[in-house]
Design a protein around this ligand. Structure first.
Ligand code: UTP
Length: 292
């Protein structure tokens, strides 16, 4: 099996990030110098995924525009001789082939994936959640595609989370069958702390086989948020013995969580040679060491 397309759902309301996201998509919130979603697209490119399918809605066209030329801006940069910045602006437009599909009603992540069916058709595909950033020399999604291609199976990316956080995630139940690799027997969506089958939580990186569309199609929207849950479709695959999990290595920031969002900005700021010393000093001023 060979994976070349990646689906990136970016059609959610982003209510946790209001008021910032009243008109600005959560996926466009800047993380240091780039919008969050650009890091996700760059991770996909590093993993050799060339076709990006955005699942979007009518308020999110700014995301597609970000990956397109801005001719007015380019002519200003050209005229004023800002060739470095011109290169930066053009690079974003040229980095990837974008295909967009609309999710007309926000019925959850499972429904967003189903909206990509007409484009993906009968191929396996990568799925990267639009607000989960991951950084590692071996890109997170590559860690999954490698296993999926070798085993011809769907794969979910998991990371260990503390006990008190399991109730925010879907967690896997299964057994370790190799280094960082698990056979998934079942899944629990947002289990109560103390009732979770494991602390291995799904973290926004997946490789799906096209049968996921059939399982999603069989589901109807439900639950407190009236959503079609991706986890429900994955449970069918797990019970059919057609689902693996990979423990993903790397740093992870959930852009929809304010602490993670702020830390991600600081993480990138600290890596910038020109800013680093000043930033460290300002952080010390903000948080003075405890007096002895
Ligand atoms: P989240 O559940 O984190 O996003 O979905 P949300 O619904 O936008 O945010 P909150 O919880 O209200 O703050 C993860 C990803 O899936 C997309 C989102 O855009 C986000 O990138 N998504 C979610 C969709 O594309 N469609 C949906 O119906 C829901």
């Amino acid at each position: 099996m060979r994976i070349s397309k990646v689906v990136i759902p970016v059609a959610g309301w982003g209510t946790r990030s209001l008021p910032a996201t009243k008109n600005l998509p959560k996926e466009m919130l800047p993380v240091f110098k780039k919008p969050g979603v650009q890091y996700i697209v760059e991770e996909a490119i590093e993993a050799g995924l060339k076709d990006v399918v955005f699942v979007t809605n009518q308020n999110k066209t700014i995301i597609e525009d970000h990956f397109d030329y801005n001719l007015a801006l380019e002519s200003v940069l050209e005229r004023t001789g800002k060739h470095d910045l011109l290169k930066v602006a053009r690079e974003v437009a040229e980095m990837v082939n974008i295909i967009s599909v609309r999710q007309k009603q926000q019925l959850g992540l499972g429904h967003a994936v189903l909206c990509a069916r007409e484009v993906i058709k009968n191929e396996p595909f990568a799925l990267m959640v639009g607000d989960d950033l991951m950084f590692n020399a071996d890109p997170g999604i590559r860690q999954l595609t490698r296993i999926a291609e070798a085993e011809s199976m769907a794969v979910v990316g998991v990371m260990p989370v503390p006990e008190h956080k399991v109730s925010s995630y879907g967690v896997i139940q299964g057994e370790e069958i190799g280094p960082d690799m698990f056979r998934v027997r079942d899944l629990q969506e947002k289990p109560r702390s103390g009732e979770a089958a494991s602390r291995l939580a799904m973290v926004g990186r997946y490789v799906m086989t096209p049968d996921v569309f059939e399982h999603l199609q069989d589901l109807s929207a439900g639950g407190p948020d009236n959503e079609i849950q991706l986890t429900e479709a994955l449970r069918v695959m797990a019970r059919n013995n057609r689902l693996l999990a990979v423990r993903v290595r790397g740093m992870r920031f959930d852009i929809g969580d304010w602490t993670d969002y702020l830390i991600a900005n600081i993480y990138f700021g600290l890596q910038d040679e020109e800013l680093r010393d000043d930033l460290v000093q300002r952080l010390h001023e903000l948080v003075p060491p405890p007096s002895k």
